[in-house]
Design a protein around this ligand. Structure first.
Ligand SMILES: C[S@@+](CC[C@H](N)C(=O)[O-])C[C@H]1O[C@@H](n2cnc3c(N)ncnc32)[C@H](O)[C@@H]1O
Length: 294
């Protein structure tokens, strides 16, 4: 009798344990609630009462319109461009209103400005002789002077490096004619001219060692395409010499859109795979930046 309560407790606990084990092994049809772990892995049974088909793309992010836009009959719709590098924005006084990488492209300097390019005081203002010394060209190098204008640089480089070849490239035929005349007058045989296009220098692949652009790049209407064609025309290891008026320096007396910052130039050259190598700060008004094709 002394142990009766203990016996009753043991009997009660055994009965409860038996009930619980019976429930967990129950048939799925059993009205008994399943244990939580089982419910989580149980496949969902489709509701036969459901009227709508489930959307297979529900929850999938897409930029495609679900329906093709309606085109009026007979109208020709050009395919969308694969990539547009440019945008249109506010047009400033010297600008085109066309923007590339956050900068407004300037207008092209017309051939009536040849006198300005050839001005005698250019040497004291911009030190072009010093700039040409910094090019450190080697014998047999082929240099394209892109946006050559009157040929101020092309002619002097050709005279300074008689064993190298200079190609003067410009999009204005008046500039090319002026440069051709001067070449003949000076009797230079290591210089040729080439009428380029606004979006390509149109020279064969890997045909040049160096590309020089003096105060020209900022006015290319298609900088991405131009630089792509220049990078293609360069031999591996070839260099780009980019001379632009320093936009960081307010004392350089040139209109803002004809200047460029180093950061901007580096960003734009990197886009076509050119590696910045160095910037020489020896010139009074311009950055002398060197990039290389890997
Ligand atoms: C400000 S001038 C500089 C001329 C020369 N580099 C100098 O320093 O004496 C710029 C020249 O770039 C030329 N130009 C502009 N866009 C060009 C392009 N896409 N390809 C070749 N030349 C271009 C213009 O016709 C103009 O003669």
């Amino acid at each position: 009798m002394k142990y009766l309560p203990l016996v009753l407790v043991i009997a009660l606990v055994s009965a409860v344990i038996y009930q619980v084990t019976q429930r967990s092994e129950a048939d799925p049809e059993s009205p008994n609630k399943p244990a939580l772990s089982e419910a989580a892995v149980e496949p969902e049974v489709p509701d036969p009462e459901a009227t709508e088909e489930p959307d297979p793309e529900a929850g999938v992010a897409t930029t495609e319109p679900t329906e093709a836009p309606k085109v009026p009959e007979g109208e020709v719709v050009p395919p969308p461009p694969t990539h547009n590098y440019y945008s249109t924005g506010e047009k400033s006084r010297d600008g085109t209103g066309k923007y590339y990488q956050g900068r407004e492209i300037s207008y092209v300097m017309g051939h009536p400005a040849i006198n300005w390019l050839e001005r005698p005081e250019r040497e004291s203002e911009e030190a072009p002789t010093k700039a040409m010394d910094l090019l450190d060209l080697e014998e047999n190098d082929v240099l394209a002077d892109i946006g050559a204008g009157s040929g101020y640089y092309s002619l002097r480089i050709a005279m300074q490096h008689p064993k190298s070849k200079v190609i003067g490239v410009d999009i204005q035929k008046e500039m090319i004619e002026f440069l051709d005349q001067r070449t003949t007058q000076l009797g230079l045989e290591n210089i040729t001219t080439h009428l380029g296009k606004i979006d390509t220098i149109d020279l064969p692949s890997e045909s040049i060692n160096a590309a020089l652009m003096v105060d020209a790049y900022h006015e290319f209407s298609h900088p991405f395409e131009m630089m792509t064609s220049i990078a293609k025309a360069l031999r591996p290891g070839g260099r780009v010499f980019l001379l632009e008026y320093r936009a960081e320096d307010p004392t350089v007396p040139i209109k803002p859109l004809h200047k460029m910052t180093q950061a901007q130039a580096k960003k734009e050259m990197a886009l076509v795979g050119l590696k910045w190598e160095k910037t020489l700060n020896d010139l009074p008004w311009q950055h002398f930046m060197v990039f290389r094709k890997p």
